[in-house]
Design a protein around this ligand. Structure first.
Ligand SMILES: NC(=O)c1ccc[n+]([C@@H]2O[C@H](COP(=O)([O-])OP(=O)(O)OC[C@H]3O[C@@H](n4cnc5c(N)ncnc54)[C@H](OP(=O)(O)O)[C@@H]3O)[C@@H](O)[C@H]2O)c1
Length: 294
C-alpha cells in the first residue's frame, strides 16, 4: 500500500515515515524544500518536494504518485506566527489543505488530517471528540477550517486531533517543551513555566503508531490521539529536570497571564482517548516512560 505524507520533514512526519517503512508500507515523503529525513531512496521510499500552498505542485505529485492513503501533517504550526502572518497561515493551513484534499479526492481512497487541541477554547478541558469546538487563535481557527473541509469532502477521511507532541527529530533539531526545558536548564537559565494550563502531552512515536492503526483499520471519523497523563507545563518542566538531573530551582511557576503572546493558548485542553483505545487498540505510554526514551 502506498502512503503519501505531507510535512514529512517535521517532527511527526519524520517518525511517521519511519514507522510506516518499518511496517512495510511504500512511503512517499513530501515536504517543502529539500529532504531532512535520514532515509535513502529505495523501492519502498521516495522523497518529493511539495509545497502544499502550490496547487500546480500538489497536483503534479499527486497525479503521478496516486497514493492509496494521504496523511496531511504539513501545517504552519507556530501559534504566534499564524497571528502575525494571517495571510500565510490561511494560504498554508486552509488553502493548502483544500488543495491536497481536492487532489486526494481524485487520486486516493483515504485521507487522514492531523488536527489539534487548539480547536477548543480551553474552558472545559478533558475533551472528547464530539465536544464543541471554539478556537481562540488564528492557528486553531485555520485548523478547524481544515477539519470542516475534510468533513464535507467525498473521500473517506479520519481527523486525528493531538496535543502537545514531544520527542526528538530523527534528523535535525526543533524545539519542543521537553527540549526547551532541558536545554535552558543545562545552560543555567532561569525559566518561567505556566502552571494553570493543562495538556495530555503526546510522545511522537505513540502518535505515529496511532495513525498507523487508522491506516490498518481503514478507520474513519474523528479520533483524539494523545498521551494519557494530565499535566501542566510546570509539571512537565519539573519531571524533565528530575529525569535529566538538572536544577529545578531555576523553574519559576507562573500563570499564563504572565506572557503577552500574539496568539492566545487555550487554558485547559487534554483529551479523553477512550474512542481510540476501543476502536483502534491505541494505548500510549505514560509521560515518565516517554521521558526515558529521549
Ligand atoms: N507539535 C504539536 O504539539 C502539535 C499539537 C497538535 C497538532 N499538531 C499538528 O500535527 C501536525 C504535525 O506537526 P509537527 O509537530 O510535526 O510540526 P512541525 O515539526 O512544524 O512539522 C510541520 C511540517 O510541515 C511543513 N510545512 C509547512 N508549510 C508547508 C508547506 N506549505 N508545504 C509543505 N510542507 C509545509 C514544515 O516544513 P518546514 O520544516 O520546512 O518548516 C514542517 O516540516 C501539524 O498539522 C500540526 O498542526 C501538532
Amino acid at each position: 500500500m502506498k502512503v503519501l505524507i505531507t510535512g514529512a520533514n517535521g517532527l511527526l512526519g519524520q517518525h511517521l515515515t519511519k514507522i510506516l517503512l518499518d511496517r512495510n508500507y511504500q512511503v512517499i515523503a513530501t515536504s517543502r524544500g529539500e529532504s531532512r529525513l535520514p532515509f535513502q531512496p529505495s523501492g519502498n521510499y521516495a522523497y518529493r518536494e511539495m509545497d502544499i500552498a502550490n496547487a500546480l505542485e500538489t497536483f503534479a505529485v499527486m497525479s503521478q504518485e496516486r497514493p492509496d492513503v494521504v496523511i496531511h501533517a504539513a501545517a504552519m504550526t507556530q501559534i504566534d506566527d499564524c497571528e502575525l502572518r494571517p495571510q500565510q497561515c490561511e494560504r498554508i493551513n486552509v488553502q493548502g489543505t483544500s488543495q491536497i484534499l481536492t487532489d486526494a479526492e481524485t487520486f486516493s481512497s483515504h485521507f487522514i488530517f492531523i488536527s489539534t487541541d487548539f480547536v477548543f477554547d480551553g474552558e472545559q478541558g478533558n475533551y472528547a471528540e464530539e465536544d464543541e469546538t471554539k478556537p481562540i487563535s488564528l492557528y486553531g481557527f485555520s485548523k478547524l477550517q481544515g477539519e470542516s473541509m475534510v468533513q464535507t469532502s467525498t473521500i473517506p477521511f479520519a481527523i486525528v486531533r493531538t496535543c502537545l507532541v514531544y520527542g526528538n527529530l530523527l534528523k535535525g533539531t526543533r524545539s519542543n517543551i521537553v527540549s526547551w526545558v532541558k536545554e535552558s536548564l543545562q545552560q543555567g537559565k532561569t525559566i518561567q513555566v505556566v502552571s494553570d494550563q493543562v495538556r495530555t502531552p503526546t510522545y511522537v512515536e505513540d502518535l505515529a503508531k496511532g495513525i498507523a492503526l487508522i491506516i490498518e483499520k481503514k478507520a474513519t471519523g474523528i479520533y483524539h490521539i494523545s498521551g494519557k497523563d494530565w499535566l501542566t507545563p510546570y509539571d512537565i518542566a519539573l519531571k524533565t529536570a528530575a529525569k535529566f538531573q538538572l536544577d529545578a530551582s531555576k523553574i519559576v511557576k507562573v500563570d499564563a497571564s504572565t506572557f503577552k503572546q500574539p496568539g492566545r493558548r487555550p487554558l485547559k485542553t487534554g483529551f479523553i482517548i477512550e474512542k481510540a483505545r476501543k476502536e483502534l487498540g491505541f494505548e500510549p505510554i505514560p509521560f515518565d516512560e516517554g521521558l526515558n526514551l529521549l
